[in-house]
Design a protein around this ligand. Sequence first.
Ligand code: IVH
Length: 701
Amino acid sequence: MSASGLRAREIEALTQDEAAEELAALAAEIAHHDRRYHAEDAPEISDADYDALVRRNRAIEGRFPELIRDDSPSRRVGAGATEGFGKFVHGMPMLSLDNAFGDEDFAEFGARIRRFLGLSDDPLRFVGEPKIDGLSINLLYEDGRFVRGGTRGDGASGEDVTANLRTLKDLPLRLKGSAPTRIEIRGEVFMEKAAFLAFNAEQARRIEAGEKGLRVFANPRNAAAGSLRQLDPKITAQRPLKLFAYAMGETSERPTDTHWHWLERLADWGFQVNPLSRLLATEADAAAFQAEIAAARAGLAYDIDGAVYKLDRLDWQERLGFVGRAPRWAMAWKFPAEQATTRLLEIQIQVGRTGALTPRAVMEPVNVGGVVVQHATLHNEDEIARKDVRVGDTVVLQRAGDVIPQIVSVVLDRRPADSVPFAFPQTCPACGSHAVRAGDDVVRRCTGGLTCPAQTVERLIHFTRRNAMDIEGLGAERIQLLFDKGWLRSPAEIFRLHAREGELAALEGWGELSVRNLLRAIEARRTVPLDRFIFALGIRRIGEANAKLLARHYHTLPEWRQGMLDARIIGSEAREALGSIQGIGPAIAQELVDFFDEPHNLDALDDLAGEVTPEEVAGPAATDSPFAGKTMVFTGTLETMTRPEAEDRAERLGAKVTKSVSKKTDFVVVGADAGSKATKAAELGVRTLTEAEWREMAGYG
Ligand code: IVH
């Protein structure tokens, strides 16, 4: 049934698939009318008809909240708002935090710090702070004046919301006292609970009275985000937004030696600093602080979802650095997950891009800690068997942090008498190929490869994703549609879609303008950094971090391609080189080799390489250190630092750290009791450094 046919249907009668289809059509249609009205000043429909579309969209979302799309009209604050802000590039990336959920996780966090820094049992001093449930922002001050501010965005850059931030009463436009010439200050913008309820009630009243362009928000966090992203700062000024400052970004000089003093400086400069923040003399104090914050939670004026623990010494923070997107020196300890019970209606099997069959539970919708949940992951076949989850069961559901809801257990007393254990399919539900489990893999996989439509579509979706090729306007639904039409079967074909411009524009809900934008977005990706290109291929276990390692090691696509083909021979120099990359273990090497062993993968890659030219990736962050662009090996025991710390430092100085010594190695740092690697270095005439020489050249104080 077409979407317009669906529109006549009662919302109560819509199935989930129909609702999803209609929401997609409505998003496109409303976006089209927004453009006609706001950008082109040429509306095609009456205000009343437009409002009817918006209301229908909202009503469907009300019934199917889990289907709310990223590009939903209800998420847009005003037409064009998403395009209305300039870009704010963070001087230092804005990262996220790893989560701990209990004592053990926290103890492991402490242990990891000690291991990395090579500390003995001296107590670690932490600062504990409530984790505010708002949105993080970055504020740039120059000569003590607020100059610009932005949202976190993807961590590297966000939206420039300076004009809106200026309206916040908690934001000092000038720092009191002396300050570094240039400093980024980070904090959380939020709305208090009572203010949120009053604000939402007022919005509802005005909507009821017929005012246009208004909306109510699901929670204070969304309300704060929506308010900060208003195009008109006068509107932001009327919203009850508050700000706590808590972190430092890039700075021309470090103003303090400890995080605790840093919080004091923030307060002196005129920021609000959370009054519950506490200096904790030892790790053992964290559990008590956590309990204290949990007890205070309900009585606080604002929402929190846990506490954040930061190592107090900034020099240690600096040495610890980051892994992936999170610092090694901080941790969020979240409150226990919220739970609810509901009935399991169906177990669906989804097929992922690597063929993994993943079971998904479909349940009667239930409210878990403020969010309506209808789907949960069941992980894999063994997990279903272990919990003996059956269709018809009443199950306990939980949501922990931002993760997908999980089924914790089954309420056996309420199991229907006629229930049967779930039989996991032995064939792929998408293509009928055998689905097998290799060795001790817990995952059952479809053997259909590229003949399996589900895998092909999932790979295409992965390929276009934001952190992969980032092709805007080519989301999951459109890919599925183009696949069904037979117009899109491989990544390379994306770059040949321009030949179908007319046919695309004729598709319902697409339109000429949106097709033109899509084709432009595709053209813009004919050159991409090599690491994104590698990640986009969707090879198992090659996530963003590993793709970066490969790109840095091989620099260009032809070199990588040849390196992988040669590495298929066990014992070859190419295989050794692959295995020697710090961070690439044997299992990952095997995945790469397996991928290149399949002729159809190579064909698809070469076809794609005819359309896209990956940019050469230079060694890691070129610096003027003597190690920039060099290949290094560390061997033996270092005395003043641990090996991981030294390797991390070397990488930050632009070196490529590998595990084995070869002709290509530039430096071998030799610690105490070094074995064969030192001997090999001597044989090959590779330059060796003592620990003292390494410290000197690496600029340790
Ligand atoms: S510190 C590298 N402190 O939590 C350190 N973050 O999960 C980064 N958040 O994006 C942040 N309260 O939005 C820090 N007291 C606090 C926080 C806090 C809330 C948020 C922040 C961040 C997210 C990370």
